[in-house]
Ligand binder design. Sequence first.
Ligand SMILES: Nc1ncnc2c1ncn2[C@@H]1O[C@H](COP(=O)(O)OP(=O)(O)OP(=O)(O)O)[C@@H](O)[C@H]1O
Ligand SMILES: [Mg+2]
Length: 1079
Amino acid sequence: MEVKTSLLDNMIGVGDMVLLEPLSEETFLDNLRNRFDHNEIYTYIGSVVISMNPYRSLPIFTPDKVEEYRNRNFYELSPHIYALADEAYRSLRDQDKDQCILITGESGAGKTEASKLVMSYVAAVCGKGQEVNKVKEQLLQSNPVLEAFGNAKTVRNDNSSRFGKYMDIEFDFKGDPLGGVISNYLLEKSRVVKQPRGERNFHVFYQLLSGASDDTLKKLKLDRDFSKYNYLSLDSAAVNGLDDAANFRTVRNAMQIVGFMEDEVQSVLELVAAVLKLGNIEFKPESRCNGTDESRIKDKNDLKEMCELLGIEQSVLERAFSYRTVEAKLEKVSTTLNVAQAYYARDALAKNLYSRLFSWLVTRINESIKAQAKTRHKVMGVLDIYGFEIFEDNSFEQFIINYCNEKLQQIFIELTLREEQEEYVREGIEWTNIEYFNNAIICDLIENHQNGILAMLDEECLRPGTVSDETFLDKLNTICAEHQHFESRLSKNSKFLTDHSLPHSCFRIQHYAGKVLYRTEGFVDKNNDLLYRDLSQAMYKATHSLIKQLFPEGNPAKVNLKRPLTAGFQFRASVGTLMRNLQTKNPNYIRCIKPNDKKAPHIFTDSLVCHQLRYLGLMENVRVRRAGYAFRQAYEPCLERYKMLCKRTWPHWKGPAREGVEVLMPDLQVPTEEYAYGRSKIFIRNPRTLFFLEERRKQCLEDLAALIQKIYRGWKCRSHFLLLKESQIVVAAWYRRFAQQKKYKQIKSATTVVQSYTRGWQARKLLRELKYQKRCEEAVTTISAFWHGTQVRREYRKFFRANAGKKIYDFTIQRIMQKYFLGLKSTVPSMSPIDKNWPSRRYLFLDGAHTELRRIFHLWRCKKYRSQFTEEKKAVYEEKLEASEIFKDKKTLYPSSVSQPFKGDYLEISKNPKYQKLNSAVDEKVLLADVVNKINRANGKGTPRIFLLTKKSVVLADQKTGQVKASVPLPDLSSVSVSTQNDGFFALKLKEGSASAIKGDFLLSSEHLIEIITKLHRTGATAAEREQLDIDISDEFLVQFKQDKVCVKFIQAALKNGNSVSCKRKNNRLLEVSVPVMA
Ligand SMILES: Nc1ncnc2c1ncn2[C@@H]1O[C@H](COP(=O)(O)OP(=O)(O)OP(=O)(O)O)[C@@H](O)[C@H]1O
Ligand SMILES: [Mg+2]
């Protein structure tokens, strides 16, 4: 039976005190100290977790740790609060058992922190999802809000819970959180108006003043300075390690997450501010003439601001602070309040206002976090109540708090010590009784309905007549004097008469956790918890919606003359309900221990821890656990759970369950000292054995799971295989069909191809044969035709002459020629020599004849044309022909002269009387008479002269007078020079040595240059005795002027604005003639 658990292996000290050897207070303490020194703050006593407050953050609450402990057996890993939370959560989820987690310990021992760790663990391991996460977040965020309003710094704890809190977290069947319900128990409201030395008021006041923005404070009419408020203690306003400003932001954020609307938050803050303002209202005494004392408000500013905040009429509240109205049956009596009463009324209002606000907050949070679904749910309750506390000055609140702790201790004793031992006896298990202190007697002292302290306090409060704290103590002194846990100086018990540690106005109770001295002052008032009706009515009149809600009894329509229930009575009733509630659930204990009084890490004060482990009854707890059995279970569920471990009991056991278990245990070879058979249950001594059974069961479950898995897999594979096989057949059938179809189509198409080829081949063969046949037939026809032809020709040859063909040919040619000539006759062109038309030739073989005929026709019509000319006209054409020979293609001027007829005598010299004299001076016939320009050799300007040409000479005469200026015999002329261009300039060059040459050559210009030169050349040519006249055509020639030779140069000039030919003398040797040229 070797089972390894970390409880035993590699453990610092002993993880489970049950295994501690030897067991004594000393070894217990040593073990705790040893573990604490090694940061092991958790130790088990069986399933109870002892938690030591480390007063510093340890790295053992990380998400990794959460994962480590998740779904692990309780004893599998080293002790941890997570193991307990996991165990509780799994029992709730898997075994459908409602759970409660009871966290006990004195103030500052770490209960609140432990409760938060449990909640955060459960939140981390339970289901996830958007909705679930929202619920979790709301549940977790309710803590900072309640802590701000319900926690305060005390001398024992900087974050001491001043209210009791029990939270039910509701889960669905899957273990997902659905919501929660918070119950709160009696807030220590006296703290609102007065705090003991070294302590603070509730955190929220300091958080608001430090963390709110200036704007918010202004709206709330508050000042950041704590010292301005009477209700805030100053000596410990700042707490080490507490950042009030940051916490304020956290609280506001948490309120938002929980679901508070912005205006609700504002209302809450206004009420908090109102409480602060209320504390600043002060009263002064005023005596009236009738001798009664009255009070007046000293400075009304704070009252005014508070009334503004809450929307109350100032006069109404002022009156409520000054008078008290008592209604009895039909009577209403108003009495004035003196200063003390006024202060009492003020403080009562502040306390009520705050405590009601706190209760409203809890209700409001519950509204947000309550489960939406109405389905059946499982519950896990977490109880975090104020811890047992002993102050220097203990009052009603401490009495109530400690009573609550007594009750919790009682429930612990009931369930772990008494109940357990009684069970052994009941079940007939051999058992030696273990002594322990049962605090039922103390609980009875406090809560007994007849003579319990609370009952007597109520009696005092309800009793007519003068009632005071002293009368209450007297009552106690008489009634409880004999009680062994009650001590009072004036009790009948003479033992305390000389006990000076016991003042007269106090009584002392020996609580399970120590003796506590209670001062009776204020007991009656606090128990009565009276608020003058005038004040509650004034509050009800407020326009502030929240405050109106908080004071419903102020509604005049619902005046209730009954006395309200006392605080003690209410508390006792709610604690009773809580205890009954807890007893219906499976308890899980966390017992918190405070290692030192200094709130400091690493310090382990033996005496303090020893005291706690004594009063918590931890030693007894271990003893009972060791002597007893760690685990018990009824036979039926036990057999049901473990029957799979034995072949004889698995799968069905037919006999009684006990017999089955009796077969099972020896079969598993569990040592007999490890278990005992009770009447209805089996008891297992050691957790190891249970662990062993669970381990075997787990193994067996795994094997069973493997078997089920195997069979299931086999079945699944077989079904899958069968399905595959079936599918394969279907697929194969379809495939074969498809393949056959494909093959058939291929064969079919191949057959068609082969068939078509065969048919084609056959057809071609047939065609070939038919063609051959046809050719044979044709050949036969041809041969027979030729044969017949030959036969016929041979037969008819004798009927033809030998030259018949030639005749036919000749006849045909003749006929064609005839047709050609006749056709030509009708299409012959006109007689004009320049007509180029000629009919086209029709027969190729007549080409030569056709061209020749055209030439002959042309010559003939030219001859015809020429024969029409007269002699004069002939001479004119001859002249024109000569001009053409001289100038054609040589001078640009020539083409323009072709169309001009050569007139000869332009001046009509013989008829014009003006030239009679000149005519007579020339004895020869004038061949040409015209006006020319004689070019001046000096400047190139022209002078008009009459130019006459006769058969013998050239005469130049004055144009006006007709006087002969020069007469040059033609034989004296050697040559004539002209340019190639479009000008009329010409030079008459004289033969050197002739008589005319003395004066030099003539440079003339004429419009009829072509005619003049042609006639000069012709005259020269016809005169047989003279040499031919040279005509020099060039753009540069020399002219002899007297002795000098001058070069005449022709240049081309662009035609501009109709400019004409101009001649300029460039120098002595150059005359330049510029001739405009058409572009
Ligand atoms: N597990 C822990 N790790 C670190 N610090 C812790 C732990 N538990 C408690 N503390 C420290 O101890 C202080 C007191 O713890 P806590 O408020 O839980 O005490 P409490 O038992 O609820 O006291 P009270 O009865 O006065 O409310 C915490 O403010 C914290 O500083
Ligand atoms: Mg607490």
